[in-house]
Design a protein around this ligand. Structure first.
Ligand code: C5P
Length: 313
């Protein structure tokens, strides 16, 4: 029986800008996404029977259809019925290291790993863009999780354009374990507060004066200038998440206090991160934040930029 082990890295957002509301009710975005070394491991193998079985040691992770990894396996069954009949169902085990509901795309990465794993198990020979098209039906972040590295994501977040890869930039991540922010809540809160500024048709959003533009950040990435990258971090969702979650606001302020390249919240939060120029600087931030906030509920990680998404090991 064939089996594969995949690594599914977390992502952070270096830029997240909301351009407006789309006709499909999602938000039109410009994001710059970056994968980091902090990753989940996903084991997958074929079953003789026709079911999908999901395991995870973390009791907070649902094991049914509400888990995106489960839905990824279901989608492959529906799309490739002949291969499914021939190979049978799949058993998937998630080894979680990425915090859950954290703004780090952990669930999307697991789903991306299941798509890649089933492609291999069933010998489908799908291309990266085939897999990304399937991934976009599961969630806006899944296509990026498949390719990873550094990329611009537009549309709902599912249209991916790769950027030059970056090395040697370290990241300290902080998240309160008991704190989760719902992504739909964050976007809806943003919409309630800023709807009056937005038109409904994306075409009408071009050249709007409030746009921040990711151009300076993209130029800094092209120049591999870590200092400028750190100075140009941006996230519109901070405007609603930080006021609603004082602990996240306090954590962000604590991160900012220690020498770093730049501090920001990732995605819809509540994870906060600082970029660091070296492992030593990252370790110093880690220890200083830990000393200032000894709360055992606060999880801290030191990781670094990585240049790929899901991969088989
Ligand atoms: O695409 P995904 O299912 O991951 O998105 C989760 C939720 O985040 C959506 O249901 C929506 O509320 C919000 N969202 C959005 N606009 C986007 C992406 C996500 O409003 N571009």
């Amino acid at each position: 029986m064939k089996s594969y082990t995949l690594v599914a890295p977390a992502k952070i957002n270096l830029h997240l800008e909301i351009l407006g509301i789309r006709p499909d009710n999602y938000h039109e975005l410009v994001m710059v996404m970056q994968t980091v070394d902090l990753a989940d491991r996903v084991d997958i193998h074929s079953l003789g029977t026709d079911n999908i079985i999901l395991h995870c040691g973390n009791p907070k992770v649902p094991l049914d259809r509400t888990n995106l990894a489960y839905r990824a396996a279901e989608l492959m069954q529906q799309e490739f019925p002949d291969a499914f009949l021939e190979n049978g169902g799949v058993e998937i085990t998630l080894h979680k290291h990425i915090p859950i509901a954290a703004g780090l795309a952990g669930g999307s990465g697991n789903a991306a790993a299941v798509l890649v794993g089933i492609d291999l198990l069933w010998d489908l020979g799908l291309t990266q863009s085939d897999l990304q098209e399937l991934g976009s039906r599961l969630g806006s972040d899944v296509p990026f999780c498949i390719s990873g590295g550094t990329a611009i994501a537009t549309g709902r977040g599912e249209v991916i354009s790769p950027l030059p890869t970056l090395e040697g930039i370290y990241v300290v991540l902080g998240k309160y374990q008991s704190l989760e922010v719902s992504t739909p809540w964050a976007y809806n809160a943003y919409r309630r507060e800023f709807e009056h500024e937005y038109a409904r048709e994306p075409a009408a959003l071009v050249d709007r004066s409030h746009r921040v533009h990711s151009g300076d950040l993209v130029r800094a990435i092209a120049a591999k200038d870590a200092v400028k990258i750190g100075q140009r971090l941006y996230n519109d969702l901070e405007k609603v998440v930080l006021p609603a979650y004082p602990l996240v606001n306090q954590l962000r302020k604590e991160f900012e206090r220690h020498p770093n390249l730049g501090t920001m919240m990732s995605g819809s939060g509540p994870t906060v991160f600082s970029l660091a120029a070296s492992r030593e600087q990252a370790d110093t931030i880690y220890h200083q934040v830990r000393a200032a906030l000894p709360d055992p509920d606060l999880e801290l990680f030191v990781t670094q930029f990585c240049d790929r998404g899901v991969r088989v090991i």
